[in-house]
Design a protein around this ligand. Sequence first.
Ligand SMILES: CSCCC(=O)C(=O)COP(=O)(O)O
Ligand SMILES: [Mg+2]
Length: 246
Amino acid sequence: MTNYDTVVLDIEGTITPITFVKDILFPFVTQGLDSFLTRTWGSEDLNKHIAQLREQAKNDVENGIPEAVLIPTDGSPEKIKAAIKKNIEWQMAADRKIGALKAFQGYMWKEGYSSGELRGQVYDDVVPALNKWRDSGKKIYIYSSGSVPAQKLLVGYSDKGNIMEYFSGYFDTTIGLKTEVQSYVNIAKDISKDPKQILFVTDNIKEILAAHQAGFQVVISDRPGNALLGPESAAFQIVTAFDQIQ
Ligand SMILES: CSCCC(=O)C(=O)COP(=O)(O)O
Ligand SMILES: [Mg+2]
């Protein structure tokens, strides 16, 4: 890696173990959904999230996605709640990286982080690298499919303490999908940087290819439990810990 002055980091599979997301964060949503909906039913925040999920479901049906579950606007609260549960359960089973779902997950996780039930897991080698980058004048950002509020919760309530101070900004899929070249063009423009000056670290080869095509420098994060890397990854630097990044 040469002459980069900006670092953009993925979360799951890069600064955080996939197991934290799959075994702790996701079950927190699926197992707590029923009681969460009952507790928050009628609140303005919940209504906003339901409206987003409903709109997404309508689009999914229009786009011919057979598993899509519509959320009715009228009927008993029980009927609507059952549809929301079914909708969220199928989306989470498919690990969809869709804004409405990601925003809803973040909304639920907020309670868990603030009560102390959830604590973001961050690999031990991450904070030393953040210090090194910050001390050498580099700016550090996050780009994750998790919503920006969910990203801030994970790093704000992490097992390494509140590490939000290291980050100059956060991006989620409102800037574009992580597998699309244009998203990285948008990020570079947003932070007024030449793509060549930016280093992106992620576990996902499709994201690596998109960022690379946009002109970013890229490094693949190969953490324990990550998906196996295929032949396309051979063209890029692969690290198992951040101290291997030059
Ligand atoms: C930061 S929210 C928890 C992780 C999550 O839901 C997710 O989708 C992470 O995807 P990433 O793009 O960070 O691999
Ligand atoms: Mg990832």
